[in-house]
Design a protein around this ligand. Structure first.
Ligand SMILES: NC(=O)C1=CN([C@@H]2O[C@H](COP(=O)(O)OP(=O)(O)OC[C@H]3O[C@@H](n4cnc5c(N)ncnc54)[C@H](OP(=O)(O)O)[C@@H]3O)[C@@H](O)[C@H]2O)C=CC1
Ligand SMILES: O=C(O)C1=N[C@H](C(=O)O)C[C@H](O)C1
Length: 235
């Protein structure tokens, strides 16, 4: 597969290594200094860029009929618009706040636990994410996905980064420490006990492998998909 990397930072470089190991070719590497490029030379584009440019990167792929996998976080205010353009252009698009297999299993576990805890009002829910100090957005996209899933199943109706006494708000704590690749934990605490679930990424390889697997899966398809489709978790 001929892959275009939209964003050639920490993730772009890790994806390059994994893609080459899997026998793919990198035909384009786009960063802040790239002026004009022809996306149509690629079979698929993988966007891990920055929040302010992700929407343009992605919709440019739709307009040029190139399937696109995006992992950039912090741009989701324009997600619905991107999906509409994809459908209009008959494009192919996958977005995931986290491509690692482990986190996608963790998403399932979070949903299951949230459903079980639904009526157990003695437990206070909280969510914590820890990332490296270069991260531009907070909370992480993964933390937002986890929070939205908890909100679906609980009496919470929004999340907040602030300390809160409001019973309807789910507090998220976002910490930035050295080179941490990404740690997410959810805690249910009562007077008598605590239930914790936690995912710790040891490096970026899991995110990158998931993105390459998603790109392999997407080529030849039309529509808007998620990692649940790629991993067969919708069945
Ligand atoms: N979904 C997932 O599984 C994961 C998502 N992420 C997300 O991926 C994104 C990238 O993370 P990371 O690689 O660590 O960040 P980096 O800051 O290391 O990389 C961002 C890259 O985007 C480039 N860039 C800047 N402007 C443009 C532009 N106009 N077009 C294309 N590229 C541009 C930067 O260029 P330059 O180097 O010249 O500044 C840089 O190469 C973040 O949003 C992060 O949250 C991260 C890990 C996993
Ligand atoms: O910026 C990162 O590094 C990461 N970003 C993603 C997010 O915002 O959830 C995924 C992963 O945790 C690493």
């Amino acid at each position: 597969m001929k892959i275009a990397l939209l964003g050639y930072g920490r993730m772009g470089k890790t994806i390059e290594q994994i893609a080459l190991q899997k026998g793919h070719e990198i035909v384009l590497k786009v960063d802040e200094n790239t002026k004009n490029y022809d996306i149509t030379i690629a079979d698929v584009a993988i966007d891990f860029s920055i929040p302010s440019v992700a929407f343009n990167n992605i919709t440019n792929c739709f307009k040029n009929n190139v399937p696109v996998v995006s992992g950039t976080t912090g741009w989701l205010a324009k997600f619905e618009e991107a999906k509409t353009i994809c459908k209009q252009q008959k494009g192919a698009f996958i977005y995931a706040s986290n491509y690692s297999l482990g986190v996608n299993i963790f998403f399932e576990l979070n949903n299951y636990l949230a459903k079980m805890m639904h009526h157990l009002d003695d437990y206070q829910i909280s969510l914590e994410e820890i990332h490296h100090t270069k991260k531009l957005d907070a909370p992480s996209g993964t933390a937002i996905t986890l929070a939205e899933d908890i909100i679906k199943h609980s009496s919470k109706n929004s999340w907040t980064l602030d300390v809160t006494n409001n019973e309807t708000e789910l507090p998220i704590v976002a910490k930035r420490i050295d080179d941490v690749p990404g740690t997410h934990s959810i805690k249910y605490k009562s007077k008598v006990d605590t239930i914790d679930i936690k995912h710790t990424a040891h490096n970026r390889d899991g995110f990158a492998l998931g993105a390459v697997v998603a790109a392999e899966w997407l080529v030849g398809k039309t529509g808007v998909f998620t990692m649940k489709d790629v991993l067969g978790l919708n069945k």
